[in-house]
Design a protein around this ligand. Structure first.
Ligand code: GLN
Length: 351
């Protein structure tokens, strides 16, 4: 279960009472067991690229899929359950395209085209920040279409290659790639995104080849990852964008804060406020059931479970992150005395 990535020790977490790798695994398994039992009413839907959304009554074995992974700042990865099952990044890809657009153009130029205000609306809503003539933020579809287009490259193919390189650097996994079947299905069911994209061209928020931009965005959504990959990507974000496994700086340091701020305020769809209140770390979810949570200075969490709550966030994923945050005092505004990872507190659930 424990994957040794790099030789640095878990001690790097500098926990007050240092847990061993075995203890961490044990705690992870106990947490997994507690969250596996899903309250039936918390799952409102499932999403599949070919079928779109469907109700829990139509779900098959996907209702039982559940994986959790943790990546430490020292580059060790711990996983439990379906931590090796791959699934499409979907909206999780928006983080990395945004990071790349920021690295390419800098903060001011990107801000001219896409804002940093939570919209309070669902990710696919057709609303814009009319006052500033731009999509509200890069985590809703309208904003993500703009940021993917902003990525430098002479063609959508070249932009995609650069986004893929960024994803691979974040995950420390050269094998990440577009799943062609997912992309084909996404493209077949893209009327909503197509409508948003054409409307934005009409309003001069984007220009040029709308189908090319749409194809680029849907391909980045169709890149498959495991929750172990997500955990490393999260740990990279949490570690000043230095991948803790490979040691590579994958985004310029000044951009890290920009990305984390947007994740904190806009990453969890229209439940971002509740998430910030309860869990309190920068995070992002995707309709495939993935959640990535970056715990600044500490490490990363990746969860996969396709049952979605009414906001489109993985129901079990929310539960896992909420419990981990409460138990270890991970909230970014927690006092030092509540911090059971680097601070003085003991985990509230010691199992
Ligand atoms: N491909 C999906 C879409 O753009 C993904 C969105 C998401 O994960 N919220 O509609």
């Amino acid at each position: 279960m424990l994957l040794h990535r790099g030789r640095r020790a878990w001690q790097d977490w500098r926990v007050t009472a240092l847990p061993t790798g075995e203890q961490i695994e044990q705690r992870l398994r106990a947490l997994y067991g507690r969250c596996e039992v899903e309250p039936p009413d918390s799952v409102a839907s499932y999403y599949d690229s070919a079928r779109g959304y469907y109700g829990p009554e139509e779900a098959g074995e996907e209702s039982g899929r559940f994986g959790v992974a943790l990546a430490s700042r020292a580059g060790q990865v711990y996983g439990v359950g379906d931590d090796e099952i791959s699934f499409p990044l979907q909206s999780l890809s928006k983080i990395f395209a945004y990071g790349l657009a920021l690295a390419d153009w800098g903060r001011e130029r990107v801000l001219e085209r896409v804002g940093v205000e939570p919209s309070g609306d669902a990710y696919h809503s057709i609303t814009f920040d009319e006052r500033n003539h731009r999509p509200f933020n890069p985590m809703v579809n309208a904003g993500a279409l703009v940021t993917s287009d902003l990525v430098k490259g002479s063609s959508p193919e070249e932009k995609l290659e650069r986004i893929l390189t960024m994803l691979r650097l974040f995950a420390g996994n050269d094998e990440l790639d577009v799943d062609r079947e997912t992309f084909r299905d996404e493209l077949r069911n893209a009327d909503g995104n197509r409508a948003v994209a054409y409307l934005m061209r009409d309003r001069k928020m984007i220009d040029g080849d709308v189908e090319g931009i749409l194809g680029l965005y849907l391909q980045q959504c169709s890149v498959h990852v495991t929750c172990r990959d997500l955990a490393v990507m999260a740990a990279t974000l949490a570690n000043g964008c230095v991948n803790p496994v490979t040691g590579e700086q994958v985004l310029p340091l000044p951009r890290v804060r920009d990305v984390l701020s947007v994740l904190y305020t806009c990453g969890m769809y229209d439940a971002a406020g509740q998430w910030a209140y309860d869990v309190g770390v920068p995070a992002k979810s995707g309709v495939s059931g993935g959640i990535l949570a970056a715990i600044p200075g500490k490490g990363g969490i990746g969860v996969y479970s396709p049952g979605l709550d009414s906001y489109g966030n993985s129901a079990r994923g929310i539960k896992v992150c909420r419990e981990m945050s409460e138990n270890l005092g991970l909230h970014v505004f927690a006092a030092e005395a509540e911090d059971a990872m680097l601070g003085a507190a003991a985990p509230s659930i010691a199992s």
